[in-house]
Write a protein that binds this ligand. Structure first.
Ligand code: NAD
Ligand code: MLT
Length: 525
């Protein structure tokens, strides 16, 4: 794997990456330079500086992963990355404490006018009255967004004797109760807060969440903090609200455009600012650099990252249990895809009850990956974009569970329909984690899920299997194992021959023309 680190990253992370991979650190690339450079890399490591636009992703022919050392992924076109099958991952948690502490530092600085007083004193001004502040004690703190950072801010601010109310539509009353605070709607939080701090991601829903109308309902004494993302509070409206005395002041660490040239927030004394320093501590930078490096190394070693944001998270524990089923499902998808070919219109996956109780999402994705991978090419379909690709193809996916065991304690059944005709593949994982296909259409089988195979339907008559083997022998194709099964005497039989190499089209044509052979297909699992 070739890795490009395009924003500054703590040395601990770079060292870790360099221990196993080929790494270039090139920061301050222009968008045009990044578009040219990205072609040569399999992994891109960024912080908030690099903008990974649709144009960058379009040019990124080798790219498999974008690793964000930090939380916010608003500088990555995740949609475009997902479509192209590129994993986008981040490192939540690594800088939470630093961001919470910076928020509180900003709140204290705002309450006590510390930056303004410091600047005045440096200029030789001694003015104690002008910089009189306010206490936190017995005041109300309104938190918008009660995730990792919001929760850490809440915990700490309680020790100042503040009442805390929070707005977060995704947080339950129970969780709020555990944290010892009250949930309220946004309007109440804005109306009642003496201090307000925002900690949501920047999304289409949270962009301009606080605008002119919202400032109109706040207390004139309110002080507001944004250490989350520029744009959650409309910058022009905030500048207006402070200038018109609708609110007492603001502290801002993040901006819609960084660096914030010509930004109205920089023009007012009552708005204190820092240059996106929330995560800028030695500890947080090491945490996020190491966390991003470790996930990229995991991917380079064929594993799954812990914090991919565009594919389901799979814990090592889940992977240990579901890994064999994922492998089985991928092979079953591939087998069905090779037998049916393109043009299918429905996919159904039915899980035996013992598997259905577990997290089957990765297993379903694996089946789709196998199915589409064999038809569209393994590179274009992966864990990230498999489900989306299936949907875009207009293919209906059904998932279900069944009590029927077919004699096995756990099974996955895949049904692929094409113009009303159904192909059925059923598989199982044995106690020692071996994967087997146990049913192919109406035939019971017990065939492995690895290697090259000839799958043929033959008449139930003597002297058919022998001539088939002769055809393969004459083509220098060695047969490793054979499975023959029938439903009932005189009915067509299924013959599966595991072979040491793929038979050519020519050999397959000869095989199909053996008298008594109804159909024969070469598959590669
Ligand atoms: P998080 O995902 O843990 O928490 C975000 C919370 O916002 C969640 O609880 C979510 O339910 C809530 N939310 C989402 N949409 C909402 C809406 N419309 N209204 C109200 N709440 C909503 O994220 P986090 O790690 O706590 O980070 C919070 C923010 O802080 C992010 O924007 C992140 O990028 C930013 N951050 C900034 C710095 C910095 O350097 N300044 C450092 C770390 C994090
Ligand atoms: C984040 O989202 O993690 C922070 O904004 C910090 C950063 O950008 O590095």
């Amino acid at each position: 794997m070739k890795v490009l680190v395009s924003d500054s990253l703590a040395e601990d992370g770079i060292k870790r990456l360099k221990s196993a991979l080929d790494v270039d650190v090139i920061t301050n690339l222009s968008p045009e330079e990044l578009i040219v450079k990205i072609k040569d890399y399999d992994a891109l490591v960024i912080r908030s500086g690099t903008k990974v636009t649709a144009d960058v992703i379009k040019a990124a022919d080798r790219l498999k992963v974008i690793g964000r050392a930090g939380v916010g992924i608003d500088n990555v076109d995740v949609e475009a990355a997902t479509k192209k099958g590129i994993i986008v991952l981040n490192t939540p948690g690594g800088n939470t404490i630093s961001a919470a502490e910076h928020t509180i530092a900003m709140m204290l600085a705002l309450a006590r006018n510390i930056p303004q007083a410091n600047a005045a004193l440096h200029k030789g001004e001694w003015n104690r009255k002008k910089y009189t502040g306010v206490e936190f004690f017995n005041k109300t703190l309104g938190i918008v967004g009660l995730g990792r950072v919001g929760a850490e801010v809440a915990t700490r601010m309680k020790s100042f004797g503040m009442q805390i109310i929070a707005y977060d539509p995704f947080v339950t009353e129970e969780r709020a109760k555990q944290m010892g605070l009250k949930l309220a709607d946004l309007q109440t939080v804005l109306r009642e807060g003496d201090f307000i701090t925002v900690h949501t991601p920047l999304t289409n829903e949270t962009r301009n969440l606080i605008d002119d109308d919202e400032f109109n309902i706040m207390k004139p004494s309110v002080r507001i903090v944004n250490c989350a993302r520029g744009g959650i509070i409309n910058e022009a409206a905030l500048a207006r609200a402070v200038a018109e005395g609708k609110i007492a002041g603001a502290a801002v660490d993040v901006f819609t455009k960084e660096p914030p040239t010509g930004n109205p927030l920089l023009e007012q004394e009552k708005i204190i600012t820092t240059p996106h320093l929330g995560a800028s501590t030695t500890e947080a930078q090491v945490n996020v650099a190491v966390a991003v490096a470790d996930q990229i190394l995991t991917i380079a070693n064929g594993g799954l990252p812990t914090n991919a944001i565009n594919m389901p998270a799979i814990s090592p524990e889940t992977l240990a249990v579901m890994g064999p089923y994922m492998k089985l499902a991928e092979k079953m998808g591939s087998l069905a895809g090779q037998l049916v070919g393109s043009g299918f219109d429905g996919l159904e996956l039915t899980y035996g009850v013992t598997i259905a109780e577990k997290d089957i999402r990765p297993v379903t994705i694996s089946a789709i990956m196998g199915l589409l991978g064999c038809l569209l090419g393994g590179v274009s379909v992966n864990f990230v974009n498999a489900q989306r690709t299936l949907k875009e193809m207009g293919i209906k996916l059904l998932e279900g569970k069944t009590d029927a065991t077919n004699g096995y304690s756990n099974t996955i059944t895949l049904k692929l329909t094409k113009k009303g005709e159904m192909t059925v593949v059923q598989g199982t994982v044995s106690g020692n984690k071996e994967t087997r296909i146990v049913q192919l259409n109406q035939y019971h089988t017990y065939i492995p899920t690895e290697g090259d195979m000839v799958i043929a339907v033959i008449e139930d008559k003597p002297n058919i299997i022998g001539p088939c083997c002769v055809v393969l022998g004459e083509g220098n194709i060695n047969i490793g194992s054979m499975h023959v099964g029938r439903i009932a005497e005189g009915k067509p039989q299924l013959m599966v021959l595991s072979v040491d190499q793929m038979a050519s089209e020519d050999i397959m044509k000869k095989l199909v023309s053996v008298p008594g052979v109804t159909s024969a297909k070469m598959v590669e699992l």
